[in-house]
Design a protein around this ligand. Structure first.
Ligand code: FES
Length: 215
């Protein structure tokens, strides 16, 4: 006859006197169902939580484009007053499809955020990627597709674009201006990792709409 102490140590729930216990059970049905429910809850939470965490942390590991420097002209070709359109080849071997238009001007007041000697602005609209045009009379960039407008620095002044126009790094060598990789900027014109059109880079929006892996 097992003692009371042995019963309390028994692996069988009936021996321990648990309510609803059946002979031979080591786990009550309630305990089993609770475990199943908690497990299912954990899986469901992970299904929602892990992708969100991945998207949130993704930008930390994202890369910028890296390509050889491209000669876009003499330093005499540009000044700080207006933009000069320049066509560069971003992808060789595919003809016109591999070319893109940039607007370049001298960076007469380099800052910590924008230390490059020349400002090279991408013409790819930050809404859906249509080509923007620089309008000298308005000192603005205009997108014909949905009316997006940008100021002289490429910051959004109207319409649906979600961030300023992308830029390219620049460097001067032997009196020639070269452009390097494209990068995106936030509303403060601070450099961030390169994004696709339509991707946010400010505030909570950048977490809710993280960069796509194709960028
Ligand atoms: S693509 Fe430029 S405003 Fe829509």
């Amino acid at each position: 006859m097992p003692s009371e102490t042995d019963k309390k140590k028994s692996k069988y729930t009936a021996d321990r006197g648990w309510p609803g216990a059946f002979e031979g059970e080591t786990l009550t049905r309630r305990g089993f169902m609770t475990g199943v429910a908690m497990g299912a809850g954990g899986v469901a939470s992970a299904m929602f939580g892990l992708p969100a965490l991945g998207f949130a942390l993704g930008p930390i590991f994202s890369k910028t484009e890296h390509r050889a420097l491209l000669d876009v002209g003499s330093t005499d070709d540009f000044d700080g007053e207006t933009y000069v359109p320049v066509v560069i080849t971003t992808t060789a071997g595919i003809g016109q499809a591999g070319k893109t238009l940039l607007y370049i001007r001298e960076n007469s007041k380099p800052t910590k955020k924008q230390p490059w000697p020349y400002v090279a602005i991408s013409t790819r609209c930050a809404h859906l990627g249509c080509p923007v045009r620089y309008i000298e009379a308005a000192r603005s960039f205009i997108c014909p597709c949905h009316g997006g407008t940008y100021d002289f620095e490429g910051g959004v002044t109207g319409g649906p674009p979600v961030r300023p126009l992308d830029r390219f790094t620049t460097v001067v060598k032997n009196g020639r201006v070269y452009v390097g990789e494209r990068f995106s900027v936030n509303s403060q014109l601070e450099r961030v990792s390169t994004r696709d059109a339509g991707e946010h880079v400010d505030g909570l929006w950048q977490i809710l709409y993280p960069p796509r892996p194709t960028t």
